[in-house]
Structure formats: structure tokens, C-alpha cells
Design a binder for this molecule. Sequence first.
Ligand code: S3P
Length: 286
Amino acid sequence: MEEEKTNQLEETRAKIRDVDTRLIDALADRMELIQDIIAYKKETGIPILQPEQEAKQTRELQEQLKDNPFEEEILDVFKYIMKNSRRVQAKALFDYNVFLIGFMGAGKSTIAKELERKLEMQRIEMDELIEKKQGMTIAQIFSEYGEIYFRNLESNCLIELQKIKQAIVSCGGGVVLRPDNAEHMKKNGRIVLLTAEPMTILDRVKGSDTRPILNNHMNVDFIEDLMNQRREKYLAVADVIVSTDHKSTDEICDEIIAKLIAYDREHEKKDAEDKAEGAAEKAEDK
Ligand code: S3P
């Protein structure tokens, strides 16, 4: 009797393993279809992120599951499936780091958080990383060791980030001050410059005292002046530029994604042309 029960248990476990195998196959098929959709969207220029489509899918699932005894549990599983589909999308789109640069208050941290959510990509906040490593706030580092010391920490941080792939990196506003920093970023990433008018910047930063450079200078003239001093440096390193004035985070993120895709497409095209030209020249030489 005992033995019979054990056999039955093992049989059921074997059936569960079979179901798991089918689930794995089905999930892999699903992920591949997601890749097909991304390739199609990239080619045709259809917006990559379509939240209304995700909402429609959820409604359809709810309808389909409404008499199912496991409705709640299955819907929960689908939440993870969709979350991971977004990850597959991001991997297909960006096989590099996305560095957000721009003046203080340009929206780097806010946009990085939204991109993290939309794309399920890892997010790195450079200033936070530096603070954690040093066990001090940015303001403390500036006041105890000075700006040059802080800039060294920034450069070291960017060198370390070369080991990381497919992250959204929100940079400190001053990373462009050292030309080498752009080289570190470009080794495995694209640089997205976020811009805003001085008045918008003042509005966004005036309530905070965490930026030593702005403390005691919270006025539009100082901001405009410093922006003018840095403008050329920002523009010189940017692969993609997005203005953030009077736009929602959603619109800004969609614009960043669309512009990065266009940038990559342009470069892929140019690389292919260069290669073809090189091959033609070689053939002529023979
Ligand atoms: C700085 C910008 C700050 C921070 C530091 C210096 C700058 O980062 O790195 O206070 O020189 O522009 P945020 O741009 O994230 O505020």
C-alpha cells in the first residue's frame, strides 16, 4: 500500500516535470516572438513601447481566466512573464550601457528610474555609487577633499562601469569636464544628453541643498553662466540630445529610445557602407 502511494507520488512528479518542459518550450517560443516584434518595430519605426498593448493583453487574459480556479495565481505568473518580455525587448534593443548626462536638474535621475521601469534594465546612479563607496555624501566629499578629488572618484567610477553591460547610468552633471570620461563611456555605451532651460533647472533644483556647486548660487544667472561654460562640452560628447522642457517623463523616455534606435541604425548603415567600400577598393587593387 505504502509502496503504491510512493509510486503514485513519483508518477505525479514526473508529470509535473513534463509540464515544466512544455512551459519552458512555450516561454522560449514566446520570447522569440517578442524578438520578432522588436525587429519588425525597429524596421518600420513603430514605437517600441506600447503600454496600451500590454494593458489590452492583461484584459484579454483576465477574460480568458475568469472561470479558472487559479485565476489570481496565473495572472501573477503573467505579470512576471510580461516583465521579462520587457527585459528581452531591452536586450534586443540595447546591448550597451546608456549614459545620461546633462546639467544638474536636467532630469537624469528621474528619467533613469523611468527607463529602468519601462525597459527592465539595471539602473546605476553614479553619485550614489560614489557616496556608498566613500561612506560620505557628495557635499562632505567636496568640503573635506575638494572638487579635484571628487572628479577623480567620478573618473574611476566610469572606468569600473566598463565591466557592466546594459545598464542605464545616471551620471553626475560634471562628468563632461574631463575629456577622458567621454572615452570611458563610449567604450561600451551611448551618451544621451538631456537639456533644459536655466529657468526650468532652477525650478527643479531650488528645493535641494545636496549640490555643493549650486549652494549659495541658487539663481538663474549663475545657472545660465555655468551652463554656457559647459555647453560645448556636453554637445561635443553627446550621441543623442533630448530636450526635457515641458515634456512628461513618458514622452522623454520614448524620445530617447526612438533616437537611440535611429542612431544605431544610422551607424550600422554607415559601417556596412564602409565595409563594402573597403572590399571594393581591395578588389580594385588586385
Ligand atoms: C555636479 C553635479 C551633481 C554632483 C556634484 C557635481 C556638477 O550631480 O555630481 O554635485 O558639477 O554638475 P547631479 O547633476 O546629478 O545633480
